[in-house]
Structures are given as structure tokens and as C-alpha cells.
Design a protein around this ligand. Structure first.
Ligand code: GDP
Ligand code: MN
Length: 412
């Protein structure tokens, strides 16, 4: 099985690359970051109060949406990155004409590399207060973590750095589940003292936790959770990340994934069923097993090189698997040399060697390829590679020597 996983845009880095659980065959999708309007759709299903709105792809659509919503609206860029407000991607519009103008400007924006392709037109809210509420995983505590602060509307990292005591935190034990007293404690510790607000915020906490579990989310965040001048509590923003390993039980959420937002080379890899993450260096990396590939990245760095990618063949050492992986790696114009690091266990080195030889027969590969084989049938594998006698093929006995060779070849 070959797996595909990309670090989630919201939270994770390459350190969070994880293998998929059992029960999946073939390809897996990257973790799903949802757009605000999709997150709000899920919130709505769980009874969390949100404002009415409509999606628009053109300024004319935005105008019609504003006409339909009748009254002042807010025009919001739909991109998979935060801080849209500061970047000019959230604007109030008093009339449909204004909504059209704002939409036109916002649809021309690219927010931190994310081109705005759609805007969400929402009935404008009056804001008296901005709070922050989220549920995420605290991996060290092995529990879900609820966070609430009355200092919402700004980056939570800023609040955490400047005044960590302002953020109320409560862990939820996965076996006991959420208990209503936990919401009361959060509200009390956050210092929300209006009884009307307390009841609504507590209700929202319970529902957000329900949404988090019900959607197999990794993050559900509302920033800001507003209080209107009339004392009504409502989610004005939504950030939801769903665990890709659970997508098989949420076909509706799987369908929300925006493939166009995934970098082209990662999408190509995903379509071929190759686990691939683009990095910024020159040495293309192929290995079997996520752990071995991670170590290979480290060794490349140790000998002064920079890996061009993470690529895990998994058990797919057959010729087609090798051809597919090489196609993906060589599509990256930054690649100068390629390193195969194979430790044969269940995967047999002779099988991988046959795959490499076959791949070289089927494809002209411009880059030098360094191979390190160890473990099951390594001798046989090395013999097959030697027999192939290909000019750009280098067989090295150890991982360190192979890494040195690959880096040296990349620098030529
Ligand atoms: P973000 O910047 O990407 O987090 O986008 P948000 O959805 O959180 O919007 C940014 C800010 O715009 C919010 O913190 C609000 O202050 C403001 N905003 C958003 N919607 C409304 C609205 O309906 N009325 C008013 N007055 N302000 C809004
Ligand atoms: Mn926000």
C-alpha cells in the first residue's frame, strides 16, 4: 500500500507526517482544511448560530447575493489561510452596489499566495464583543483541549504570548466525553459574567465539541465568537480541519475538499497513489517506509545537502510503483540527483532493483540515481543493478555513503 499525506495547512509541519490507519486501500487524501463557508455549514448542522450567507464567484454574483440578503453585508475572501481581515479580504458593504465593488477588489487579491476565487457574502453583524473558542488535540495530554478567551478577534498566538492567563483551557477525556460542568468552568475562568451570554456560550461549547467529534475534526475554531449589542452570541468565523484518515466515513466532507488548492505536484502524486511532499532542495529522495525516508532527509542534511522531497514507496517496490514515484520526483525542476534508500524487510531488495531497472528501461531519466540497498535479498538486488550497467546508476553500500554521493552528484 502506498499512502499519501500532506502536512495540514492549518497546523502541521512535516514532523506530523503520519502513516494511515488500517482499513484503507490505495490512496488517501491530504488532511482537509475547510473554507469558512464550509465550516459554517457544518456548524449550522450542529446548531451553532451563524449568519446567513451566499457564495459568489463573480462581482455580479456578489451583487445578487447582497440583494437577496437584503441589507448590509460583509464580503469575505474564501481562502485556506487566516488573517484575511488584515490582508483586506473582509469588507463591509452597505448596498448591493458596494458589495459588487468590494467583491471585485477582493477577487483580484492573492492572500499569502492563495488567490481568491470565491467570496462569501454574509449578512453583516453588529459587534459588541469578540471572543475566541476552539477545540483541538492536546497530543501530550492525549485529550481534546477546549480553549476560550474574551480576547478574540486577534491571533490566538498573540494572546497566548502576551497574556496566556487570559486563555481558559479545559481538557476533555475521550472516554468520559464532554461534561456540561466543563463548559461552565471555561466560561467562569474566561471571566464571562453576563448570565445571558454564559448560557449561550456554554451551549456553543457543547455543540462545538459535538461537531469536533462528529466530523472527526482535528481543529474547530471560532474567532471571533461575537456578542451582538442585543446580547446574541454567534460564530462569525469558522476554521475546521478534518482528519483525512476518517474521510471514508464522511463522504460529504470528502466532497468539500478543494483539489485546486493542493499544489499541482502533490496532487499528481496523490492521483498516482504516491506519498510525496515537496521540499525545497535538490536531492530527490525515495525510500520504503516513512521512518526510513525521514532519516534519509536527516542524513542528506547531515552531509550538507538539501532534500527535494519526501517520498515513501511503502510496500510498492514493484516496477510500476517505482516508475510512478520517479515520474513525480523528476517532474520537480529543482531535482539534480536521486537517492533510493531501501531497507528490505517484507519489501525485497531484488524486487525494488527490478523495479528500478524496469523504470530505467521505460523512461529516460536525466538525473544520476544513487541506490543503497540493505536487508532482504540485498546481494541479489545489487547484482541486478550491476548487470543493468546503466551509466547514471551508482550503488553504494551504506546510507551515509549513498547520501554523500547523491549530494556530490547534485552539486555537479
Ligand atoms: P480572518 O481575519 O481571516 O480571521 O477573518 P474573520 O472572519 O475573523 O474576519 C475578520 C474581522 O472582520 C473580524 O474579527 C471582525 O472584526 C470583522 N468582521 C467580520 N464579519 C463582520 C461583520 O459581520 N460585521 C462587522 N462589523 N465586522 C465583521
Ligand atoms: Mn477569524
Amino acid at each position: 500500500m502506498r499512502r499519501c499525506r500532506r502536512p495540514a495547512g492549518h497546523a502541521a509541519g512535516i514532523g506530523s507526517l503520519a502513516t494511515a490507519g488500517p482499513g484503507h486501500r490505495g490512496r488517501l487524501a491530504p488532511a482537509v482544511d475547510l473554507y469558512e463557508y464550509q465550516g459554517k455549514e457544518l456548524f449550522r448542522r450542529y446548531g451553532i448560530p451563524v449568519s446567513d450567507g451566499l457564495l459568489a464567484a463573480t462581482p455580479a454574483d456578489a451583487r445578487r447575493a447582497a440583494e437577496e440578503l437584503a441589507g448590509p453585508v460583509v464580503v469575505k475572501a474564501q481562502v485556506l489561510t487566516g488573517g484575511r481581515g488584515k490582508a483586506g479580504g473582509v469588507k463591509l458593504a452597505a448596498t448591493p452596489e458596494e458589495a459588487e465593488e468590494e467583491a471585485e477588489a477582493i477577487l483580484r487579491l492573492s492572500i499569502r499566495g492563495h488567490p481568491v476565487r470565491r467570496v462569501w457574502i454574509e449578512r453583516a453583524s453588529d459587534i459588541a464583543k469578540e471572543y475566541y473558542l476552539s477545540v483541538t488535540f492536546d497530543r501530550s495530554a492525549k485529550k481534546a483541549l477546549l480553549m476560550l478567551t474574551t480576547r478574540g478577534g486577534v491571533d490566538i498566538e498573540e494572546v497566548a504570548a502576551a497574556s496566556p492567563e487570559a486563555i481558559a483551557r479545559v481538557h476533555v477525556d475521550p472516554l468520559q466525553g464532554f461534561q456540561p460542568y466543563q463548559a461552565r468552568r471555561l466560561v467562569y475562568e474566561a471571566g464571562i459574567d453576563d448570565p445571558g451570554e454564559q448560557a449561550q456560550v456554554e451551549d456553543t461549547i457543547a455543540r462545538l465539541y459535538e461537531a469536533f467529534v462528529g466530523c472527526d475534526a482535528m481543529l474547530c475554531e471560532i474567532n471571533p465568537l461575537i456578542v451582538t449589542p442585543e446580547g446574541e452570541v454567534r460564530a462569525l468565523d469558522a476554521k475546521v480541519t478534518v482528519d483525512d484518515n476518517a474521510l471514508y466515513r464522511h463522504p460529504d466532507i470528502a466532497a468539500m475538499r478543494d483539489l485546486e488548492a493542493i499544489p499541482a505536484e502533490e496532487r499528481a502524486a496523490w492521483e498516482k497513489g504516491v506519498t510525496y511532499v515537496k521540499l525545497s532542495g535538490e536531492v530527490g529522495i525515495l525510500g520504503n517506509g516513512a521512518g526510513l525516508v525521514m532519516s534519509t532527509l536527516d542524513v542528506i542534511a547531515l552531509v550538507g545537502g538539501r532534500p527535494a522531497n519526501f517520498c515513501d514507496l511503502g510496500g510498492g517496490g514493484d516496477a510500476q510503483g517505482v516508475v510512478d514515484a520517479l515520474d513525480v520526483i523528476t517532474a520537480d525542476p529543482d531535482v539534480r540527483s536521486i537517492l533510493f534508500n531501501i531497507f528490505g524487510g517484507i519489501t525485497r531488495c531484488d524486487e525494488v532493483a527490478r523495479g528500478i531497472v524496469e523504470a530505467l528501461r521505460r523512461r529516460t531519466i536525466r538525473h544520476p540515481i544513487v541506490v543503497r540497498l540493505d536487508g532482504t535479498n540485498a546481494d541479489e538486488g545489487r547484482r541486478l543493478l550491476a548487470e543493468a550497467g546503466s551509466a547514471g546508476l551508482y550503488v553504494e553500500p551504506t546510507m551515509l555513503e549513498a547520501a554523500r554521493r547523491a549530494v556530490e552528484l547534485a552539486q555537479r
